[in-house]
Design a protein around this ligand. Structure first.
Ligand SMILES: Cc1cc2nc3c(=O)[nH]c(=O)nc-3n(C[C@H](O)[C@H](O)[C@H](O)COP(=O)(O)OP(=O)(O)OC[C@H]3O[C@@H](n4cnc5c(N)ncnc54)[C@H](O)[C@@H]3O)c2cc1C
Length: 457
């Protein structure tokens, strides 16, 4: 009887997952590739919805070539593996994953699990952030790339994120009116970050090109002002900013794209039994892997889901994780010279990413200045004041998971994806301004399931 093929389950069909699955299938593994999206591409190479035509040349400009090359490779790969689109992996542990699609839940065994789950927006709440017309930066971009929609007719892009400039430029290319870009990071932060960012001069130049293209279009860019509030009655009508000299201004608009960088989707890594380590540069807990992405025996994490690093880093770390899994399954010989050069390139890209964390720092001190009335958890309607009140009770004791149980903050539909980063900072601020933020424990299912899927045998 022939020996059964090693089964590899890859979660995520973005640059990291496609690269990992490609290495594994070429090594001879029996690969299942799962993505909750209907088409491969992940975030950067997101495709328009079925039947929708978007002028991708106009939207992506010089990046169109990389987009086309990715999709040619991904489409061929999806033919060669057991590809399951529109399917959520809602938990995984000890060689068994749980998948849900079409209101059905099934279990799938694996010998190797590669997590390439990407990242989500990190957002610092301010007064008015729940008004209709206020979108996360990534959400605004998803609508444009996936549905060909602008979020409004006059948009302010604000926060602190390299994606601010790219998203605003894509809006402008597609006919959007960009009222202003409010980059909360001061220009001096970008100068300070230059030594790290010089490790990838090509990427640095690309960012500068976005800024120049926006300036040529006459887009107003304000550096170093903070967003004080989003104003309006029934929907957003303006962005109130405070400059470093204390002067205030309200910029009129009917829509806002707001964000502070990205946060890895690390829930499955934790549920699978992997450790998390605190990274003080980004003030986040990240999956603890070795250089090749090994999280624990038979489980690997790569791409933005392991550490936010952009598409090239995602692809390289996917190749490294796929090769590590194939070697551990006995399908590939020991590491070769190619591995060392990939690891060196990944090191440079991650150094660049550390530079971005300096150039666009997380707004960590906002937590102590937030008004009690601001809604923190929009799923469960929990205010900042309710969290602070829980902290001042004896049993709250500064632990974020106990405050969650007490207030329901982070217990709703998004499972703390949006309020989580601010929630942990508010709890940390109660312990002193330099206290290290805690983290919300992950719970299965990682995203809501239809009742029918939850009750299926
Ligand atoms: C909203 C958004 C927009 C972005 N736009 C750009 C851009 O325009 N340009 C740029 O350079 N960078 C962009 N980035 C950064 C971008 O994420 C990386 O550059 C790159 O795409 C990371 O690749 P990845 O494979 O690690 O993750 P991703 O590309 O994010 O792919 C992860 C995939 O995993 C799937 N997934 C996650 N969890 C599960 C689960 N439990 N079950 C099933 N499937 C799952 C997701 O559906 C997704 O398709 C964006 C990031 C975000 C969050």
């Amino acid at each position: 009887m022939a020996a059964a093929m090693a089964r590899a389950l890859v979660v995520g069909a973005g640059p990291a997952g496609i690269a990992a699955a490609g290495v594994l299938v070429r090594a001879g593994a029996d690969v299942t590739l799962v993505d909750e999206n209907p088409r491969p591409g992940g975030q950067i190479h997101r495709r328009p919805a079925d039947g929708l035509r978007i002028d991708m040349r106009r939207l992506l400009s010089r990046s169109l070539e990389a987009y086309d090359a990715f999709h040619a490779k991904a489409d061929a790969l999806c033919e060669a593996v057991d590809y399951r689109p529109s399917t959520l992996v809602w938990s995984a542990r000890d060689g068994e994953a749980h998948l849900a699609s079409d209101s059905r839940s099934v279990s799938l065994g694996y010998d190797a699990l590669v997590l390439a789950t990407g990242a989500v927006d990190r957002v610092a709440p301010v007064a008015g952030w729940t008004l209709p017309g206020v979108f996360s930066l990534g959400g605004a971009q998803v609508l444009l790339k996936g549905q060909g929609c602008l979020i409004g007719s006059r948009t302010v892009f604000c926060g602190a994120s390299p994606l601010l400039y790219l998203a605003a430029l894509q809006y402008a290319r597609m006919g959007g009116d960009v009222a202003a870009i409010i980059d909360e990071a001061p220009f001096s932060a970008k100068i300070r970050a230059l030594p790290q960012m010089a490790s990838e001069p090509g990427t640095l130049l690309e960012g500068l090109r976005y800024m120049r293209a926006l300036a040529r279009r006459g887009v107003r860019i304000v550096h170093g002002a903070s967003v004080a509030s989003f104003t309006g009655e029934d929907r957003v009508e303006g962005v109130e900013i405070v400059r470093r000299d204390g002067t205030r201004e309200t910029i009129a608009c009917d829509s806002v794209a707001y964000g502070h960088g990205l946060k890895p989707e690390s829930q499955l890594a934790e549920l699978a039994g992997g450790g998390l380590r605190y990274d003080p540069d980004v003030r986040l807990h990240l999956p603890e892997t070795d250089e090749d992405g090994r999280l624990l025996p038979g489980v690997y994490a790569c791409g933005d889901g392991a550490m936010v690093g952009g598409a090239v880093a995602a692809e390289i770390s996917g190749r490294l994780a796929g090769a590590a899994a194939a070697r551990d399954l006995g399908l590939l010989p020991d590491a070769d010279a190619g591995r060392a050069s990939l690891a060196r390139r990944l090191g440079r890209l991650r150094r660049f990413q550390r530079g971005l964390a300096i150039a666009f720092p997380w707004r960590r001190h906002f937590a102590s200045s937030l008004d009690n009335g601001v809604i923190l958890c929009r799923c469960e309607n929990v205010t900042v004041g309710e969290v602070r009140a829980s902290l001042s009770r004896p049993f709250g004791a500064g632990d974020v998971n106990r405050v969650k149980a007490d207030t329901r903050c982070g217990m709703g539909r998004c499972q703390g994806r949006f309020c989580g980063p601010a929630f942990v900072e508010i709890v940390a601020a109660a312990g002193g301004s330099d206290a290290r933020p805690g983290r919300l424990r992950s719970q299965p299912p990682v995203k809501p399931l239809p009742v029918a899927a939850g009750s299926a045998p």
